[in-house]
Design a protein around this ligand. Structure first.
Ligand code: SAH
Ligand code: SF4
Ligand code: F3S
Length: 460
């Protein structure tokens, strides 16, 4: 408890943007209940929002619970409460309670909506424990947390939960449950509220957005129709979404890129591997040729479209020639960025029982080669943007001293945001321009790094 008598909370988030979105919602809900967000050392309520997609995520959770124990021991006067949410909580279940005295709340994806009330209850009832780990057949609505003054320029909105694809390596369908779409009216209402509170960019989130509306919970609105309706909302400057599955990307979405100006020219389209043999074994449902065909159609629909991807190296049975096919595919698809991972066995997945596991050293070596290739390509794309002008949606002000020199003779400041293709840009601007989050600024790109751009505000 702080000196002012207020309970303080801290959220540590691992994993994907859906988890980041969930944490942002939880923070808003706790603030509404009178709790205050604080640095870790000052917090009474510690929430770990976890991810179980790779590696040994349970070890991370145990380490964090150990840290919370140390804090509790250092402050016996404080009532420390630990909560574990997200995919690891779902995966390990209530057995986790035995690992920590402070741990008194577990919540999975469908338990999140009830987590703020449960935390409030546990604060008032020491000694109690709650597990919110059941899956629901429907998308569980939670009250939108758009707050005037506290809403960011760029926000996430969930449009669905879970996944039905069961790719051979992936634990997500187990820990997030089967796919269930949210009603389109509820999605639009949440977007509208965010826009009313100052948001200008919305990213629609789901494990596989292309199959939005196609499960039993759908209301007849497919993904492309949802994009059109969202884009038409007043105040929206930019629309993004993730993640797309190549096997479900239809002509409606390709047309959307041609016809919806608010749709940003960036698409995250996980390829996973460039080898058809490995793609088959992963159960991805497409070939390299059909993937590249999609890329070609998308770029024809929206010239300049930037495409990023996810890649896995060292999938069971991956030979050197399969890996080289992935390297080759990276050139052909001309990815602006790739998130690359060493394959990791996850419990309950088909790949866990496949023969031909790749030694970690060999997989790490492949990963390094792959990342080197991506760095070359990203660097080239970023350099090609130098000297061009870009529209940057301003998200916030850098607190560090300005690295991009302000206009000669004028006092300056540095802002950050993203240009349409999704690249992060540091923008130097004279104070007199009075920039603010949510502004769409015309910027001249003056420099580029490994993953980011630098620019200065264009003269009016
Ligand atoms: N729903 C998305 C992303 C799911 S998880 C999709 O299907 O594309 C994000 C990324 O983590 C995946 O795209 C994949 O590249 C990676 N990933 C998932 N399971 C993995 C595993 N067992 N080992 C290594 N990487 C994995
Ligand atoms: Fe992690 Fe996947 Fe869960 Fe996201 S959905 S938190 S990436 S396991
Ligand atoms: Fe995983 Fe495949 Fe779904 S990677 S999240 S099972 S689309």
């Amino acid at each position: 408890m702080g000196k002012d008598g207020q309970k303080r909370f801290h959220i540590l988030t691992f994993g994907c943007q859906m988890n980041a979105g969930d944490s942002a919602w939880l923070a808003g809900a706790l603030r509404e209940l009178g709790y205050v967000e604080s640095a870790r050392a000052e917090a009474d309520i510690h929430i770990l929002n976890t991810c179980s997609v790779r590696d040994k995520p349970e070890n991370k959770v145990y380490t964090e619970l150990g840290q919370i124990r140390l804090l509790a021991e250092a402050h016996p006067e404080r009532e420390i409460l630990a909560c574990v949410g997200g995919c690891v909580a779902q995966q390990l279940g209530s057995g986790l309670f035995a690992r920590s005295r402070e741990l008194r709340l577990l919540f999975g994806a469908d338990g999140l909506a009830s987590a703020p009330g449960a935390i409030d209850f546990l604060v008032k009832n020491p000694g109690q424990k709650i597990g919110l780990l059941d899956f629901s057949p429907e998308f569980i609505e939670r009250p939108p947390k758009a707050e005037p003054g506290a809403t960011k320029a760029s926000v996430f909105v969930n449009i669905m939960q879970g996944c039905d694809n069961f790719c051979a390596y992936c634990i997500v369908p187990q820990v997030r449950g089967r796919q269930k779409s949210r009603k389109s009216g509820a999605v639009l209402e949440e977007c509208r509220r965010f826009l009313d509170c100052g948001a200008r960019e919305i990213t629609l989130l789901g494990q596989n957005v292309n199959s939005f509306g196609l499960d039993s919970q759908g209301d007849g609105t497919g993904f492309s129709a949802l994009l059109r309706r969202t884009a038409a909302l007043p105040g929206l400057l930019r629309l993004r979404f993730m993640t797309s599955h190549p096997k479900d990307l239809d002509s409606g979405l390709i047309r959307a890129f041609a016809e919806i100006p608010q749709l940003a020219p960036h698409l995250h389209l996980p390829l996973q591997s460039g080898s058809d043999r490995i793609l088959r074994s992963m159960g991805r449902g497409y070939t390299l040729k059909s993937y590249l065909n999609l890329v070609e159609k998308l770029r024809a629909a929206r010239p300049g479209l930037q495409i990023s991807t996810d890649l896995i190296v060292g999938f069971p049975g991956e030979e050197e020639e399969d890996f080289e096919a992935t390297l080759e595919a990276m050139w052909e698809a001309d990815f602006c960025a790739s998130f690359s991972f060493v394959y990791s066995d996850r419990p309950g997945t088909r790949a866990k029982d496949l023969p031909g596991k790749i030694p970690r050293r060999a997989a790490l070596e492949r990963l390094a080669r792959l990342q080197e290739r991506q760095n070359l390509n990203s660097g080239r794309i970023l350099r090609s943007l130098r000297g061009t002008s870009a529209q940057v949606l301003i998200e916030g002000k850098e607190t560090k001293p300005s690295s991009a020199a302000p206009e000669a003779g004028e006092e300056g400041e540095t802002w950050y945001g993203r240009e349409a293709g999704g690249f992060h840009v540091l923008v130097s601007a004279p104070l007199s321009r009075c920039l603010a989050p949510g502004d769409l600024a015309e910027v001249i790109i003056t420099g580029s790094g490994k993953h980011t751009l630098k620019g200065r505000i264009a003269d009016k």
